[in-house]
Structures are given as C-alpha cells and as structure tokens.
Design a protein around this ligand. Structure first.
Ligand code: SF4
Length: 369
C-alpha cells in the first residue's frame, strides 16, 4: 500500500482512528484537532500519521515509537510531580502544529514512519516502566494529541499497574478528545507558546484561543497542570505579552499553577534568531511574580534558583535542584511545607524522592512487545 507521496505505508496493521466523520461529499473529516483535515482515499492529514484507508481513518503509529528513554521527570518539565523520579519517555512521529522553531523537528517533521522501529503495546510499556523502577510513562518528544488513542490506552495500562502517566503537549486539540486524553493522564505540561494570536498563526500554525480552552478544560478535569512558555527574542518576549499571559493564568487557572519560562535555542527554520539570554527569563519571572504567580521556573539556562521549589506562603526552600537533579527535598509526607504547614500543590510521594534521585543518568531502554 502506498500513501499520496508514493511512499510505502507502514507494514504493521494500522489502528482504527477515533474522532472523525463522513462529509456529504464523501470526504472524511478528522476532528481530533482544530485543523480538521478532510481526506480523500489514500490521503494523510497534516500530521501525517492519520490516514484515510477505504471508508475510515486510521492511526498509523499506534504501538510504534522512535525509542524509549528513562528521563528525570524534571526534564519534561514537571516540578510538582514526584520530584526526583525517572519516567519512561517516548514519542512517535509527526505533529499537528508547524512551529518554525521546533526543538524536536527531526521527530515532528518525520515522514518516514517506517523508522519507528520500537514496537510496544500499552501493557508492555507499563511493564517496562515498572521493571525499570520508573514512576510511569511520559508521552513526549512529539505531541501525544496525534497519537491520542495509543496514549489513552497506555495511560489506562499504567493506572492498572499502579503507575503514573504524563502528557507533554501543545494542547491544540478538540474539546471531546481533550477531555479523554488529559482525563486519562495524571499530569500534563502544556505549552502556552505565546499570548497573541498573531504569534500563534505566524510561528506555530495553531490558534491561541483553542489552546486557552484546553488549559481551562484540563484544569477543570483535575489533572495536574503545569505550563511552559519558550521565550523567543523579539517574538513573544515583550513585557506586555508576558504580563498579559501571567494575568490570564492567575485569573483563569489560579496563581499556584506552575509556569516554566524556557530559553529558545536556534533550531529548525529559526536558526538566525539568537538564543534567549538569561536576563529575559529573569525579567519574565519578575513579571510573573508581580502578577501573583507563586511557582515560576526557569529552564534551558543556568540561573540562580531557577529550578527550585519554594513555599508560596513563607518562602522556605522545599525542593532544591541542580539542573534536573534533586539535591534537597523538604516537603512533608502530607505534601506540606515543614515550616508553615501550608499545603504544596502537586503530586507528591509520601516517602519522598527515590534514593537514587541525585544520581540520575539518561539511558535508553528496550521494551518488549
Ligand atoms: S489530528 Fe492530524 S489529521 Fe486530524 S485534524 Fe489534526 S492534523 Fe489533521
């Protein structure tokens, strides 16, 4: 079987896709994300991994991955979820956005899905995470929105095995699958890539209002939520834009939702844009604190205190981190500040970080099918 480009379709049986309908003219419309691709026989959607085969749409990457890595959960980034734990991380191929600066562009723009050489059922993924002593499984490297059926089944297998699952996503998804995908996982880090629709349209190919809807929906679901904004010099880093974003988060999601400001480095189609200086992240943190946000983190750059968790009440240092390593941990077994007793929002292990939390090393792992 060949796709519209003449390239070979994957040899594994494609998985029936959900969230599509037949239009009166016979085309099939995928309704998983707001892009709403309409497909004739043999065509693929923008994300490339959803394809029309006969009178149905299939997901061509179900059960297939580009590989599995044990990562620190801090790297997702998640600062209020089981600090110091490792998480079995994987992605597939393709993306429903088109970010000009994509930091994982080799995966997100991959059209050669026969390179997905690491097959794994949801149950095998959960078993591999358990065998490796990981806290669970992370859907990352590319957006789990486009492999939502696989991610939801894997999240269910993790829950069955007593493990966590986390989704790292741009959050550009339609309401119904949004509720299913983010309702299935324990935690999510969702990119808020900027705070103007102009930036979203020109630089990412998505729409700001859809992503804001996702954030409010995920917050309402009760799934643990953290937000990441990658600040790009001259594109989305003005005081006014950062202040507007922080004010919206404080008003609509609450002041204790953790926000990560992250530094851009030249990549993909924005190789001429300079790196984000540390001073920009420090400025963003000051603006966020002025807006009342309690937990602000700085990533991809060395800054003083940028990765540490402090009590929103008394300022006590609760989790000290060096890069992705937890070097000190003081949250009580009840998930509170030991100094003032204020509850620290997040998902905490009453036993604290695992013993090896300070000695994390990335390593690839094999997953049995
Ligand atoms: S998930 Fe893929 S096929 Fe479906 S609408 Fe979005 S880009 Fe198109």
């Amino acid at each position: 079987m060949t796709g519209p480009t003449g390239r070979a379709m994957p040899s594994a049986d494609p998985h029936p896709a959900r969230w599509w309908r037949t239009l009166p003219d016979g085309r099939l419309r995928c309704e998983l994300c707001p892009r709403r691709c309409t497909l004739r026989e043999g065509q693929r959607g923008f994300c490339f991994v959803r394809a029309r085969v006969g009178d149905a749409i299939v997901l061509t990457t179900y059960g297939r991955s580009s590989g599995f890595v044990l990562d620190p959960i801090e790297k997702k980034p998640l600062a209020h979820v089981l600090p110091g734990s490792t998480i079995l991380s994987f992605g597939t191929a393709g993306c429903n956005l088109a970010c000009k600066y994509c930091q994982n562009w080799e995966i997100s723009t991959s059209r050669d899905i026969d390179t997905l050489t690491a097959p794994a059922t949801p149950q095998a993924l959960a078993a591999a995470a358990s065998d490796a002593g990981a806290a669970g499984v992370a859907f990352t490297y590319n957006d789990p929105v486009i492999f939502a059926e696989y991610a939801i089944d894997t999240a269910a297998a993790c829950r069955e095995a007593g493990l966590a699952s986390v989704a790292v996503s741009a959050g550009w998804i339609s309401p119904e699958p949004c509720t299913e995908l983010f309702g299935a996982v324990d935690a999510a880090n969702i990119d808020l890539k900027g705070f103007t629709d102009d930036f979203y349209r020109r630089v990412t190919g998505a729409r700001l209002t859809d992503v804001l809807d996702t954030l409010t929906r995920v917050r309402a679901l009760g799934t643990w939520l953290e937000i990441t904004t990658l600040l790009i010099p001259g594109r989305n880093d003005s005081d006014a834009e950062i202040a507007a974003e922080c004010a919206w988060i404080a008003a609509e999601l609450g002041a204790e939702v953790p926000v990560h400001f992250s530094a851009f480095h030249p990549a993909h189609r924005m190789r001429e844009t300079p790196r984000t200086p540390a001073s920009t992240l420090e400025r963003a943190r000051a603006i966020a604190r002025d807006a009342g946000l309690a937990h602000v983190y700085l990533g991809n750059v060395r800054t003083r205190d940028g990765a540490s968790t402090r009590c929103a009440g008394c300022g006590t240092l609760l989790v000290d981190r060096e890069s992705y390593r937890v070097t000190d941990y003081r949250i009580t077994s009840e998930g509170a500040c030991p100094q003032c007793g204020r509850r620290v929002p997040g998902l905490w292990d009453p036993a604290g970080p695992p013993p090896a939390a300070g000695q994390w090393l990335p390593r690839r792992v094999a997953v049995g099918v």
